[in-house]
Write a new protein. Structure first.
Length: 274
């Protein structure tokens, strides 16, 4: 599989998410010779990948012979103000800044870059590491159709890509999909603990809960039915599932808890955004 770019890809920040995206791009056929990495201390796993692909890592890149086609900003949010001025000096007129720095808004990112720079802000989630992520992206007014297509192609290497026109929606997006994997993992923990409390061996209960959630997710992916219809198909009137759903679907049940959780995460995202 060939994955071509119109110029170099500069990855600023090769941490967990930056490294995961790079790994997926390389697996899709991106030429390692097109990759430049700026990171003072990449984690060991990413370091092994870079060494294997003979990709040099520099703590700071002062100049380039050719402007990058894409600057992928994957540093921690608190480091963006320090890193962006140096990256801006490397940008050319057609360079796209693609940021996955959580909470950093388009206006703040754009302010650091040369006038007219296309900037895309994206929010991936952790299943991106296995190519099963979902990323929601928003573009500033300078992004061209070609650049948007390029961003879509890059982000598509890690899973499904969705676009929004209103940047404010990225706060609830973060609360649902960005934080969502943690909610699913907590569900598995809670289901396993409930099984243990009901008399199952702890290890057996965890295996059972894990397999149940994985199988249910696969069924949801393959089915054309809505989640509600799938739930109803499992629920026989007066049966065991119905008894459980009377608790989970009650006024103090799962829907109320999930709504409150997403609202809290959305609120915190807005507080942290810059």
């Amino acid at each position: 599989m060939s994955f071509t770019l119109p110029g170099p890809l500069l990855l600023a920040g090769a941490g967990r998410m930056g490294g995961a995206i790079l790994a997926r791009l390389l697996a899709h056929g991106l030429d390692p010779r097109l990759v430049l990495v700026q990171d003072p201390a990449p984690p060991a796993e990413t370091g092994e990948l870079l060494a294997d692909k003979c990709i040099d890592v520099l703590p700071l890149i002062d100049e380039l012979s050719v402007p990058p086609a894409v600057i992928l900003l994957a540093v921690k949010p608190q480091a963006t103000d320090a890193v962006l001025p140096g990256l801006a000096r490397l940008a050319g007129p057609d360079t796209l800044l693609l940021s996955i720095a959580a909470g950093r808004r388009l206006a703040g990112l754009t302010a650091h870059m040369p006038e007219g720079t296309g900037v895309v802000r994206a929010m991936p989630n952790t299943p991106a590491a296995i190519g099963r992520g979902v990323t929601v992206a928003v573009a500033n007014r300078s992004v061209t159709p070609v650049q948007r297509g390029l961003a879509d192609k890059l982000l598509g290497a890690i899973g499904e890509v969705m676009w929004v026109g209103d940047e404010a929606l990225l706060d609830p997006v973060t609360a649902v999909s960005g934080s969502g994997p943690a909610y699913v993992f907590l569900l598995v923990e809670c289901l396993a603990e409930a099984g243990r409390a009901a008399g199952l061996d702890a290890d057996f209960a965890e295996r059972l809960a894990r397999a149940t959630v994985i199988g249910s997710a696969a069924m949801l992916e393959q089915s054309e039915l809505s989640p509600a219809a799938l739930r109803q198909n499992v629920t026989s009137p007066g049966g065991t599932t119905a008894a459980a759903l009377e608790i989970l679907g009650g006024p103090e049940g799962l829907q109320k808890l999930m709504t409150a959780a997403v609202a809290a995460a959305t609120k915190r995202g807005r507080e942290l955004a810059k």
